[in-house]
Design a protein around this ligand. Structure first.
Ligand code: GDP
Ligand code: MG
Length: 196
């Protein structure tokens, strides 16, 4: 897809503020700082439409980006930010789960993990929650530019083995710094949108 006019639509702090249109939603899920907002910017070729931060854990809202009135990229708050109090972490967790559980127009979850590390306990909990809700999902091993090119495939396989040993969830490398990885993801999104 050639994105022409992506727009930030709303930063929702509760379900009442979600967009009322029925456009399909493609949702970024992953821990704080894994690169959810950067993913959106890279895919739509805008440096700063989605707010990225070097200070992890800032986002407590659900941000909706309207992509050419065709679908939304939905940027969820990150989980597992250790500087947030337990109570805050619980509140964020509930907000995420309520959205994922109730929102009917979710067509795809893009689950981001860091290619350099094994998935955390929180990653596993979140991934299992998504799979048990029956939501369609792909896994992206992000920040692939941070490791040697020759290691990328092997690390992607390792991450898939850890999260998805049956091997039925598409798992790809990604990097917000390197365009080459985004083609596969666009292909997947285009297919999903055709079917929705
Ligand atoms: N090298 C590299 N850095 C990245 C990549 N994606 C995100 N980052 C950096 O990681 C930090 C957190 O990114 P952000 O998109 O705000 O993460 P979010 O909290 O998941 O939304 C920022 O400093 C980004 O520049 C990537 O693919 N490669
Ligand atoms: Mg973010």
């Amino acid at each position: 897809m050639q994105v022409k006019n992506p727009k930030f639509e709303i930063s929702a702090v509760g379900a009442k503020q979600y967009p009322t249109s029925n456009l399909p939603e493609i949702v970024l899920v992953g821990k704080s700082n894994v690169g959810k907002s950067s993913f959106i910017n890279t895919m739509i070729n805008r440096k700063k439409l989605a707010r990225t931060s070097s200070e992890p854990g800032k986002t407590r809202q659900i941000n909706f980006y309207n992509i050419d009135d065709t679908f939304y990229f939905v940027d969820l708050p990150g989980y597992g930010y250790s500087k947030m109090s337990k109570k805050e972490q619980e509140q964020v967790g509930k907000f995420i789960e309520e959205y994922l559980f109730n929102r009917k127009q979710i067509e795809l979850i893009i689950f981001l993990v860091d290619i350099r590390h094994s998935p955390t306990e929180n990653d596993k909990l979140m991934y299992n929650y998504i799979i048990s809700s029956g939501l369609p999902c792909i896994i992206l091993a992000n920040k692939a530019d941070k490791i040697a090119k020759t290691k990328v495939d092997e690390e992607v396989r390792k991450i898939q083995k850890q999260l998805n040993p049956i091997g039925d969830i598409p798992t790809y490398a990604f990097s917000s710094e390197r365009k080459i990885y985004s083609d596969k993801v666009w292909e997947k999104i285009d297919n999903i949108l055709k079917e929705s």
